[in-house]
Design a protein around this ligand. Sequence first.
Ligand code: NDP
Length: 240
Amino acid sequence: MARTALVTGGTRGIGRAIAIALKDDGHKVAAVYHGNEEAAHAFEREVSIPTFKFDVADFAACESALKRIEQEIGPVDVLVNNAGITRDVQLHKMTPAQWNEVIATDLTSCFNMCRLVINGMRERNFGRIINISSINGQKGQFGQTNYSAAKAGILGFTKALAQESAAKGITVNAVAPGYIATDMVAAVSKDILARIVAQIPVGRLGHAEEIAQVVQFLASDKAAFITGSTITANGGQYVV
Ligand code: NDP
C-alpha cells in the first residue's frame, strides 16, 4: 500500500538510497537535508523527490518543517531517522561542542522527529519508524565516544518506543549498518579504511542500497510483526 514516507538525511549516502527505494515501492517520499544545497538540488533533479532543508537537532525547526511537509505531501506514515554526523576525537581531547553536536544530531533528532509524528500515527493506527543506528553503537569505537553513545542510545529509544506504540499499529525498529561506502566513510583516511575492510569477513564495504533494502522491508506491511528489533547489516564484522 502506498504511504507517505519521510527520510532525514535523505539526499546523500544511505538516506538517498532509502528514499529512492521507498519511492520505487510506490510511496510518496520527502527527503530532509541540512546544508549541502548542491547535493540536494542534484538529488531532486535526478529522482524527483521533494527535499526540505532543516536541522533535525532543532525541535522548533522540525516542528515548523513537519507542518509544511504534512500540508504538501501528507501525514507521515513512514519515518526514517537517518540523518547523522561524526565528530571523531578521543574523549580526553573532545570538546563539549563535539559531544553535544553529535548527541543532538544523531540521537535527540530521533526524539524530535518521533515526538512530532507519533500522535498522528497513533490516531491513524498505523506507523513505521526506522532508526538508523550503527555497528559502532553496538560494539563501541575508538575515537567515537560521542557517536557510539548516540547510536547505542538509539537502540534503547527504539525498544522503549516500540513497546509504547505496538498496540497502535506502529512498529519501531533500528538498523545497524556496518561500514558503507558513503561520504561519511570517505572521510576516513585510506590506511584506516584498509584496516577496517580487513576486518569485514565479506571483504568489502557495504553498499547504501543494501541498507535501503532492509529499510524497505521494515517499512512494508510484511514486517508488521517485527518491532523493537535491531537488524544488523555489517558483512559479518560484528556478530551480535
Ligand atoms: P552522509 O554523511 O553521506 O549523509 C548524511 C545526510 O544527513 C545528508 O543528507 C546530510 O545533509 C544529513 N544531515 C546531517 N546533519 C543533519 C542535520 N542536522 N539535519 C538534517 N539533515 C542532516 O551519511 P551516511 O549516508 O554515511 O550515513 C547515514 C546514516 O547512517 C547516519 O546516521 C550514519 O551515522 C549511519 N551510518 C553510516 C555508516 C556508514 O558507513 N556510512 C555506518 C553506520 C551507520 P547535507 O547533505 O545537507 O549535509
